[in-house]
Write a protein that binds this ligand. Structure first.
Ligand code: FES
Ligand code: FES
Length: 162
């Protein structure tokens, strides 16, 4: 079995150094090494989007990235969205207010997908939101309230939030 290698990365603004076997997925590293279980794992082969995190500001599927590939880079997970005092990010508030979730399993991945989407397109149309959501599967909501939540977040200027 290959020896673990020590990797250094920033996660939600905090520096981490930890060993990772070369075959360890970033999703498993976040969950089992760092205890950040907000990154959910559904399919483990890049289909469902539940594991989406930001890598240097861009959405990636953490089940398709090896932890060693994050060495020296910045990762953002859903745990980093709310302020330290617990105040929700405007995108999270919009999901709460528009009932954009039911069981919540898909929600972290959807939030982390919509964050760079709204950054790059702060005033999207509904079709654009639907297309942006097309890589994230939700088994509960039927998507309408998720679309409404993203549009509400856009109207509230969520893209400008830190
Ligand atoms: S768990 Fe990564 S895309 Fe489904
Ligand atoms: S809210 Fe349950 S899977 Fe989306």
């Amino acid at each position: 079995m290959p020896e673990p290698v020590l990797i250094s990365l920033t996660v939600n603004g905090a520096p981490h150094r930890a060993p990772a076997e070369p075959r360890l997925l970033l999703s498993d590293f976040l969950r089992y090494e760092l205890g950040l279980t907000g990154t959910h794992v559904g399919c483990e082969h890049g289909v469902c989007g539940a594991c989406t995190v930001l890598l240097d500001g861009e959405a990636v599927r953490a089940c398709l990235v090896f932890a060693v590939q994050a060495d020296g880079r910045e990762v953002a997970t859903v745990e980093g969205l709310a302020a330290p005092d617990g105040t929700l990010h405007p995108l999270q508030e919009a999901f709460r207010d528009a009932h954009g979730l039911q069981c919540g399993f898909c929600t972290p991945g959807i939030l982390m997908s919509m964050l760079p989407f709204l950054r790059d397109n702060p005033t999207p149309t509904e079709p654009e939101v639907r297309e942006a959501l097309s890589g994230n599967l939700c088994r509960c909501t039927g998507y309408q309230n998720i679309v409404d939540a993203v549009l509400l977040a856009a109207r509230r200027g969520a893209a400008e939030a830190p």
